[in-house]
Write a protein that binds this ligand. Structure first.
Ligand SMILES: Cc1cc2nc3c(=O)[nH]c(=O)nc-3n(C[C@H](O)[C@H](O)[C@H](O)COP(=O)(O)OP(=O)(O)OC[C@H]3O[C@@H](n4cnc5c(N)ncnc54)[C@H](O)[C@@H]3O)c2cc1C
Length: 392
């Protein structure tokens, strides 16, 4: 029996029914949100840090690759085995919230908790965990930490890294380290925590995460503005910030994104619309009302055809429909697409849009561009219908 086979047997005898090896199960864990595939030799579901450490020691002794995996929704192939196979270390058995310290506003969680579930739990006690990747209904906090996930609210609140106070990490030899203190301020020495955030599981397995929480904002205010051009919309967004409002969300849609939504839904936009901005701010009601007025006025001053604002949830939900319809519309008309998450300075967005359009036109491909204008992060989607078009 080979070395790896012996190691796998040892793991199986330790974890018993919490291992899977059928062909069907291995296939389910052989891909993530990329098109990459790689079949593991086994899937293991440890239930605590001690078990992860034991598993890691065996894997190290028998030279078996270990691949940490949350929900497998990553866009970098990090949870997909290489052609060497290996053992998927699933965090599905580690979903506990260990502690929420309301007065110090910190929480200690295991890596497998679903981000959206954690949001709901802390919001029930008027606390707030801002990182909100669009995958929050299924992705895990361990995955978010290991990819340093951002989201719609990143423009005002930052990304996952900004909320991680301390980590416990199981290293490749099975030893466990704690990084940093749980205090808000801990400035001495190297930033070891920062090294593990965004490391895609390459440096160790994150077994416990201490995050910072904020007070839950009282109200939200939403503005939807339509423009004759992308340049007008982007200038308006830049001017909103220059006029003192840093919105929680600043979403941009180009003419192709709007055309796509109109073609696949019953939503309507004012005549002449070739671009749109969706802005949202949060905080105390008085502050939000003031932000709404500034956001609306600045959009109109910068060429908006129409700009409406509301603090009513139902009206805001209506406004969000146009933005939320883009991804389903894309899936409907273009099942195949190359989606690049491009990040540039806000002032460079018009140049990015133009260059991406030029590339698409020169290759005879359709393109749809939209995204988080506030942090300069635009989703550039090249659409294709077959292998021939993909090669271009
Ligand atoms: C529809 C959709 C929308 C998305 N929207 C966003 C978005 O708005 N913003 C964004 O940033 N991303 C987004 N993503 C990408 C993805 O959801 C995020 O990267 C997310 O953080 C991955 O979490 P996961 O639990 O799925 O992790 P996985 O995909 O399982 O793992 C991701 C990486 O983390 C490692 N890992 C997982 N758990 C651990 C652990 N405990 N210790 C060490 N390493 C670990 C894995 O090995 C892998 O390298 C989106 C994906 C989809 C499919």
């Amino acid at each position: 029996m080979g070395k790896i086979e012996t190691g796998l047997r040892k793991i199986k005898s330790l974890f018993g029914k919490r291992t899977l090896q059928s062909v069907e199960d291995l296939m389910v864990y052989s891909y993530d949100a990329t098109k990459k595939t790689g079949v593991p030799d086994m899937i293991v579901y440890p239930e605590d840090e001690k078990e992860v450490a034991e598993l890691t020691k065996i894997a190290s002794e028998y030279e078996i690759p270990l691949i940490p995996r949350g929900a497998g929704s990553g866009f970098a192939g990090g949870s997909v085995p290489s052609d060497k196979g290996g053992v998927i270390l699933s965090t599905e058995g580690m979903r506990r919230i260990k502690d929420i310290d309301e007065r110090n506003m910190i929480a200690i969680v295991e890596p497998g908790i679903i981000t959206g579930d954690f949001h709901k739990t802390v919001e029930k006690i008027n606390l707030f965990y801002p990182p909100d990747p669009a995958s929050l209904e299924f992705s895990t906090i361990g995955g978010n930490v290991s990819t340093n996930a951002g989201g719609l609210r990143a423009v005002k609140y930052g990304v996952t890294r900004d909320y991680v106070l301390s980590l416990k990490v199981v290293l490749a030899d099975g030893s466990v380290i704690r990084t940093r203190a749980m205090t808000i301020k801990d400035v001495a020495g190297y930033d070891i925590t920062g090294l593990f955030v965004g490391a895609e599981g390459t440096l160790g397995f994150v077994s416990e995460i201490t995050v910072k929480l904020l007070p839950k904002p009282e109200r939200k205010g939403t503005v939807l503005a339509f423009f004759h051009s992308s340049i007008d919309a982007i200038n308006a967004g830049i001017e909103v910030i220059r006029n003192g409002v840093l919105p929680a969300t600043m979403e941009f849609m180009d003419r192709t994104a709007i055309a796509l939504v109109l073609a696949t839904s019953s939503l309507e936009v004012p005549p002449g619309t070739l671009s749109a901005l969706l802005l949202e701010d949060d905080g105390f009601e008085e502050t939000v009302l003031r932000s709404l007025k500034i956001m609306r006025d600045v959009c109109l001053k910068n060429g908006a055809i129409e700009a409406e604002g509301t603090i009513e949830k139902e009206k805001a939900d209506e406004m969000w429909k146009i933005r939320r319809s883009i991804s389903p519309a894309l899936a409907k008309i273009a099942p195949f697409r190359l989606n690049q998450d491009v990040v540039v300075l806000r002032t460079k967005i018009p140049e990015l849009l133009k260059k991406a359009e030029f590339i698409a036109n020169s290759k005879g491909l359709k393109i749809v561009q939209f995204g988080h204008m506030g942090d300069g992060n635009i989703h550039v989607n090249f659409l294709y219908k077959d292998n021939e078009e993909e090669k271009r």
